[in-house]
Design a binder for this molecule. Structure first.
Ligand SMILES: [Zn+2]
Length: 175
């Protein structure tokens, strides 16, 4: 019961953040005088305050999740299963750790829950993402069985970004 409510709150906030997504990034002082080249400007990340972090593409074209150590690349395979690859600080694949990951996604009235198991050197989901061009997901990641859970919420948007040509969920240009 409690868990279900929690999921609803999280899914609700995904919808809200999606709806509130805006292309306007207001420059944060200091940086004035900087001219956008169109190539590498606009790299301000919504959740960053220091502005130092650059968005690195994943080794397989997926989205790098930086809230956990080691970082994890999130990639949806052709069959819509999810592949998680552990990467070092240079986004190079490393061996899978004993991290425990679960995913809840899709329609909040009938969410899909996926677990992950080690396959080769990656974690692969027990099932596939639900249908849809945009699927909201919540990843719960524990670096180890005893570690505190880190929660990542984002939309898996399968459209191709016109800026960096990656799928939108892995976009590195904030287009
Ligand atoms: Zn992009």
């Amino acid at each position: 019961m409690i868990r279900k409510t929690w999921i609803h709150i999280l899914l609700g906030s995904i919808v809200l953040s999606w709806a509130g997504c805006s292309r306007e990034h207001v420059a944060q002082g200091e940086d004035h005088g900087h001219v956008h080249t169109g190539e590498e400007g606009e790299n301000a990340h919504e959740h960053e305050t220091d502005g130092t972090e650059k968005i690195t593409p994943g080794p397989n074209g997926g989205r790098i999740i930086t809230s956990v150590t080691p970082n994890i690349e999130f990639l949806v395979r052709d069959d819509r299963s999810v592949q998680l690859t552990f990467v070092d600080e240079h986004a190079k694949p490393i061996e899978a750790t004993d991290a425990v990951v679960s995913l809840v996604g899709g329609d909040r009235s009938d969410p899909t829950e996926l677990t992950f198991a080690v396959e080769e050197n990656t974690l692969v989901s027990s099932g596939v993402l639900p249908e849809g061009e945009v699927v909201g997901v919540i990843l719960t990641i524990q670096a180890g069985p005893e570690a505190a859970a880190v929660i990542e919420r984002f939309n898996v948007d399968f459209a191709t970004c016109s800026g960096c040509q990656l799928v939108e969920y892995a976009c590195i240009c904030n287009h």
